[in-house]
Design a protein around this ligand. Structure first.
Ligand code: TRP
Length: 470
């Protein structure tokens, strides 16, 4: 994707023709690859298993799947549609639509929520990306082979206890993200996604294959897919909802930004569904890879954010060619995290370019530096500040470190809020004929989507919020 031009707001308020000046995705596949690159990341492989473990398994997974189907896919369609109709960076797309459909310009708040969420998420996302980088060395060195669960756990705690090492890898990860965003050239990346995503998929399948030999695969499958509603809490429902947004990269206008490059003739519904199905498939595979190892080694499913780093290394230490597969796996995980990280920074940089007239390199350096600095707070939460819970006086935030708070506030509050605004905008204020034209669905399918964004999504998000936050 050849991203926006010189920086000085190319935005003219006219919608027709604006896309053409910005360069479009070459094909439906290119968009799917870029959107999948954004969606598939640490959320699928790192976060999904650990939040599933913390929230008791099956019932949580079911709610998460429902959130993907009923809330995630319709919102993704709405975001892509707003982006394509607007034809600019999210904030200006909304402005352009507001002008055209006579809406209140305050809707550009959607873009503002997105930019804030992007900063906050990338700050801790990069720290976890750093863990993955560090594990390339850990696996490649062969030090995992034949290790016990305790030894593998100790390697992980060793990493967390060392702020210097964490800072180093966090810095490397941020630099990788900034490099691509500053260049503004994605074409190479899309080609890479088309090779590396399937490779990641295959490696996950290999680990699932290994997991089947542990003798605990059935137990893991039951844990993931047999709902036990007694284990589901209201906060679990909020986490499932938040994670649906997080894993599909929704609620912060990423899909809006990407949608603005989507050629008009391509079906928004089909592409959104494809991306969501791939994303969900990767998450479920990760679950099937990890939980058999958890049960076979008597580990705790609710171990928290370290879960994959305490389980997968065990598998790589035991399976044939484990060092090779392990190294490859973490390299691919870095790549998946990288493409997601890029999509977190890209909207901010586009906004700085269009809105503030800054050039791409300067905006990338500036925004990247802020995320990097913020990341240091997350790093310290893992060691020196591990007992510091700044908002611990609020019952539901008890014991949460800065890192936990950033994760909670972004995934569970900001993203659903951003999604809610998108749903309200599409469901209540945008021109309906224009949306019909943009989505080009059969009348029945359009009505289904429309009713969903108009009623179901706002009510669902509202109810979950009220139950949790009131
Ligand atoms: N979806 C990515 C993941 O699962 C994370 C991500 C990238 C994201 N861009 C986003 C989350 C935008 C929310 C919004 O790893």
């Amino acid at each position: 994707m050849s991203v926006s031009s010189s920086g000085s707001a190319a935005y003219s308020g006219s919608l027709e023709g604006s896309n053409a000046q910005r360069g479009l995705w070459s094909s439906r596949l290119a968009f799917i690859l870029a959107a999948t690159g954004s969606a598939v990341g640490l959320g699928n492989i790192w976060k999904f298993p650990y939040v599933t473990g913390e929230n008791g398994g099956g019932a949580f997974v079911l709610v998460y799947l429902l959130c993907i189907a009923i809330i995630g896919i319709p919102i993704m369609m709405a975001e892509v549609m707003i982006g394509r109709r607007g034809g600019h960076s999210p904030v200006n797309s909304i402005k352009a639509i507001a002008q055209r459909d006579g809406l209140n310009p305050a809707w550009k708040l959607v873009g503002a929520v997105g930019i804030l969420a992007g900063f906050l998420i990338l700050s801790f996302y990069s720290v976890i990306g750093g863990w993955a980088i560090s594990y390339v060395g850990t696996t490649a060195s062969g030090q995992l082979s034949g290790q016990t669960a305790d030894a593998v756990g100790a390697i992980f705690s060793g990493l967390l206890s060392n702020p210097g090492t964490l800072l180093l890898w966090h810095t490397v990860f941020m630099a990788l993200v900034m490099l691509v965003v500053a260049k503004g050239v994605r074409s190479g990346l899309e080609r890479a996604v088309s090779i590396l995503m399937p490779a990641l998929f295959v490696l996950l399948l290999i680990v699932v294959g290994y997991a089947m030999t542990t003798g605990h695969f059935g137990q893991a499958a039951a844990f993931l897919f047999q709902p036990d509603f007694s284990k589901l809490t209201t906060s679990g429902v909020l986490v499932a909802l938040g994670h649906a947004f997080f894993t599909l990269s929704l609620g912060m206008a990423v899909m809006m930004a990407y949608g603005s490059y989507l050629p008009k003739k391509i079906s928004i519904a089909k592409t959104s569904i494809t991306v969501s199905v791939i994303d969900t498939g990767v998450a479920l595979l990760a679950g099937l890879a990890i939980f058999p190892i958890v049960f076979a080694n008597g580990l705790e499913p609710g171990a928290g954010p370290g879960l994959i780093f305490q389980t997968l290394p065990l598998a790589f230490g035991q399976m044939p060619l484990g060092s090779l597969f392990g190294t490859l796996f973490f390299v691919l995980l870095i790549f998946a995290a990288w493409t997601s990280g890029i999509s977190l920074l890209e909207p901010i940089v586009e906004w700085l370019e269009e809105q503030k007239g800054m050039n791409r390199t300067v905006s990338t350096l500036g925004a990247g530096a802020v995320c990097w600095a913020l990341g240091i707070a997350s790093i310290l939460s893992l060691n020196l500040w591990a007992d510091f819970a700044p908002l611990g006086f609020i019952p539901m935030l008890e014991g949460k470190t800065i890192f936990d708070l950033l994760d909670f506030f972004t995934a569970n509050i900001l993203l659903p809020l951003g999604g809610l605004l998108v749903a309200l905008m599409a469901g209540w204020v945008m021109s309906k004929p224009a949306m019909e034209k943009e989505l080009a669905l059969s009348p029945g399918a359009f009505s289904l989507w429309f009713v969903t964004v108009r009623f179901i999504t706002p009510i669902a998000v509202g109810v979950v919020f009220i139950y949790n936050l009131m």
